[in-house]
Design a protein around this ligand. Structure first.
Ligand SMILES: NC(=O)c1ccc[n+]([C@@H]2O[C@H](COP(=O)([O-])OP(=O)(O)OC[C@H]3O[C@@H](n4cnc5c(N)ncnc54)[C@H](OP(=O)(O)O)[C@@H]3O)[C@@H](O)[C@H]2O)c1
Length: 274
């Protein structure tokens, strides 16, 4: 199995690390990156083949994983136009639609069809990501399974059957880590306001989020039930939740996801133009 990466930055490094741990052979992985620093880091860390520009071996790969920034994609794909020999192409670029990538890859032969679009998130950097995935109709079950095997090396996956839903995935889990980090920041600031030193405040805030997420993941109860279980009538948690409700916290988060989803759609329009 020959797998080529276009772009060898943060996400490609996370994916390659996860893949090697899952048993993909480093000898079958090749990374194309303009930056010699990035290439040297990848060679030293994983002993993969690296190149400054794609060669015939890259064009003949079984899988091509697109991991350059969305604004770099069109130029990065120029050497590939009409040159691929049937590779399954997986893109992790935020916002970029398959129709645009298909057009850029197809060259004079017309749109390229074996495409899977993914939206990972930053916890992928520690193997704890969640990735939304969409496969173009031309991708068969074996292609979907292969894409999932690669992407699940850095966490869990959720398939969507409409590419437009990946904009919502971006708003929920793609941008989601920032919402959680912001929550941790606020809880930490609240602990400092209550007189805790910075280190204790961080410990209290971080372990509360970590422990609650682990409990929610391990429990048969839904998060709403777990919340009710720690909210006794007239108690401390009830006082806090009443305050959050009065300030519209829950609706604000739903609206925030809507704003991120709309922005993802806009970025797709912006980056996908010819
Ligand atoms: N990081 C995240 O949290 C996250 C989450 C979801 C999706 N993504 C997506 O993942 C993709 C990669 O993100 P990243 O954070 O890994 O980016 P990154 O660290 O900037 O990596 C991109 C790499 O591609 C190189 N590159 C640029 N143009 C190239 C070309 N024409 N040919 C070959 N290599 C080229 C860049 O080199 P230079 O530095 O010299 O430009 C850089 O080393 C993006 O499309 C992003 O939207 C990222």
């Amino acid at each position: 199995m020959k797998i080529a990466f276009l772009g060898g930055g943060n996400m490609a490094t996370a994916l390659i690390g996860g893949m090697v741990e899952c048993g993909f052979a480093p000898g079958g992985i090749c990374v194309v990156d303009l930056d010699e620093g990035a290439r040297a880091r990848l060679r030293a860390k994983f002993d993969v083949r690296t190149l400054a520009a794609p060669d015939a071996g890259v064009f003949a790969s079984d899988v091509l994983l697109l991991a350059v920034k969305p604004q770099q994609m069109k130029a990065a794909l120029a050497p590939f136009a009409g040159a691929l020999c049937g590779a399954l192409v997986i893109t992790i670029a935020a916002g970029l639609r398959l129709a645009d990538i298909a057009r850029w890859l197809g060259g004079r032969a017309g749109p390229y069809t074996r495409l899977v679009r993914c939206m990972p998130n930053t916890p992928a950097l520690i193997g704890a990501g969640i990735t939304g995935m969409y496969a173009a109709p031309a991708v068969d079950a074996a292609g979907r399974e292969l894409a999932e095997r690669i992407v699940s090396a850095v966490g869990n996956t959720v398939w969507v059957d409409d590419e437009a839903r990946l904009d919502a995935v971006t708003g929920i889990s793609g941008s989601g880590p920032a919402y959680v980090f912001h929550f941790i920041e606020a809880l930490e600031a609240a602990a400092c306001a209550q007189g805790f030193d910075a280190e204790s405040a961080r410990r209290l805030a971080l372990d509360t989020v970590l422990g609650s997420a682990r409990l929610a993941a391990a429990s048969a109860d839904a998060p709403a039930v777990l919340r009710e279980k720690v909210t006794s009538k007239g108690g401390t948690t009830a006082a806090a939740l009443a305050h959050l409700a009065a300030r519209g916290w829950y609706d604000a988060l739903i609206e925030a996801v809507e704003a991120a989803t709309a922005r993802s759609r806009e970025l797709g329009d912006q980056f996908g133009t010819d």
